[in-house]
Design a protein around this ligand. Structure first.
Ligand SMILES: Nc1ncnc2c1ncn2[C@@H]1O[C@H](COP(=O)(O)OP(=O)(O)O)[C@@H](O)[C@H]1O
Ligand SMILES: [Mg+2]
Length: 381
């Protein structure tokens, strides 16, 4: 069945991104002055999950480094995923480790690390393209100081050649999460928006992956049509590719020769589940318990307040024999879950009891969350 399963993996980068040519061109146009006139540039890329943001930025930086090389300029890039590296310290460490692989993770403050980076870029004559992927997580958890520093990196030392450019990638409007000083250093027009893929675009993407990953004649045309139909609801290429992979594996397991629409239908529920499980895997046990507590309450109403959430959390702790953490710690769990996009919070209007924070779930249905979380927490003893 499979000619090359790796081509379906989420970290395999295709050589071209169909239907993103205009955005690729725009990126090139915006960054061209970096090599032509030694200036720096700041750009933000915005789009829903699976619209190709990460892969566009990876492909772009490879192309851009090549262009620079042809012009005799030295450009490097570093891509930081801010879900993993969500504090200023972590991001700077990740950036520095590009140049000094064994840079110590303790002993240097944020300003010291910034200075070391500046010296390093100066010494090597390198123009560094810093890509902060899922930048909203960094902005929500740690504020916009580091983004501010990066956007004005070269203004601190007048007369020197520009040494750092920035790409901020996010599902949401990053400007809303930045303070006014940081926003003012950004050109509002430097936003590249990736719309959700339409049905026919997804069909194109899937057809290409079928050719790359499967032996000829093993995936029925009806099946790729159905995958495109199902995935077009979210416009999400990642979901489409994962559905294709799961349908293929299911077909393999059953020992049949062709991926049929029925295999796709069976793989659909499984794909929703694996994507949810992958997302939840990044949470530690305490945050999983907090999320479970919220899921249980939210099942019965759209929004709950923090008091209700905390009561439910107490019950969950008792149920799983875990020590209940204090109010301050609980509040931090809520903030982190919000920053990571698992829940949405908003402040209620002024009521009898004053303002309160209201919590709801973002994407994953409460019932599904509850089921998977209860199993995972119970099983991780
Ligand atoms: N235009 C495209 N052509 C081919 N593959 C694509 C395209 N857009 C996205 N993909 C694939 O879909 C998956 C999700 O893309 P990704 O860049 O991770 O999305 P995002 O970062 O916006 O969530 C990746 O496997 C990527 O290779
Ligand atoms: Mg991404």
């Amino acid at each position: 069945m499979f000619k090359d399963f790796r081509k379906l993996s989420f970290d395999w980068v295709p050589k071209e991104l169909k239907h993103r040519e205009a955005q690729m061109k725009r990126l090139m146009t915006l960054f061209r002055p970096v090599v032509d006139s030694n200036v720096s540039q700041n750009v933000s890329i915005k789009g829903a999950v699976g619209t190709g943001k990460t892969h566009l930025s990876k492909l772009f930086s490879a192309n851009f480094e090549k262009l620079a090389q042809e012009k005799g300029k030295y450009v490097e890039h570093v891509l930081v995923n801010c879900r993993q590296y969500y504090s200023e310290d972590m991001v700077l460490l990740k950036v520095l480790s590009k140049f000094q692989p064994h840079f110590p993770d303790r002993g240097f403050s944020v300003p010291e690390k910034t200075e070391i980076l500046r010296k390093e870029l100066n010494k090597t004559k390198c123009h560094l393209l810093v890509i902060l992927d899922e930048a909203d997580v960094l902005l929500k958890r740690s504020g916009s100081d580091l983004v501010y520093t990066f956007t004005r990196f070269d203004e601190e030392v007048p007369g020197t050649k520009a040494s750092l450019s920035l790409i901020l990638i996010s599902q949401q409007d990053v400007f809303r999460l930045m303070d006014s000083a940081s926003v003012s250093t950004f050109k509002r027009t430097n936003v590249i928006t990736l719309d959700k893929y339409g049905r026919d675009e997804l069909k194109d993407i899937i057809t290409d992956r079928v050719d790359l990953a499967f032996h000829p004649g093993t995936v029925q045309e009806d099946s790729t049509d159905l995958i495109a139909d199902i995935a077009s609801e979210g416009g999400d290429a990642r979901f489409a590719i994962e559905l294709l992979a799961n349908a293929g594996m299911l077909t393999d397991e059953q020992g049949t020769e062709e991926v049929t629409p029925e295999h796709v239908r069976f793989a659909k529920a499984e794909t929703f589940r694996t994507i949810t499980e992958e997302k939840l895997a990044e949470l530690d046990k305490s945050k999983k318990m907090t999320l479970l507590a919220i899921a249980r309450k939210v099942k019965k109403s759209a929004y709950i307040n923090t008091g209700e959430a905390e009561n439910s959390y107490a019950v969950v702790c008792e149920e799983f024999g875990e020590k209940q953490r204090g109010h301050t710690q609980f509040w931090k769990y809520i903030k982190d879950l919000d920053a990571l996009g698992f829940i949405d919070t908003k402040i209620s209007g002024e009521g009898v009891v004053g303002k309160t924070t209201l919590i709801s779930l973002s994407e994953i249905p409460a019932g599904q969350l509850e089921e998977i979380l209860a199993k995972e927490i119970g099983g991780s003893e």
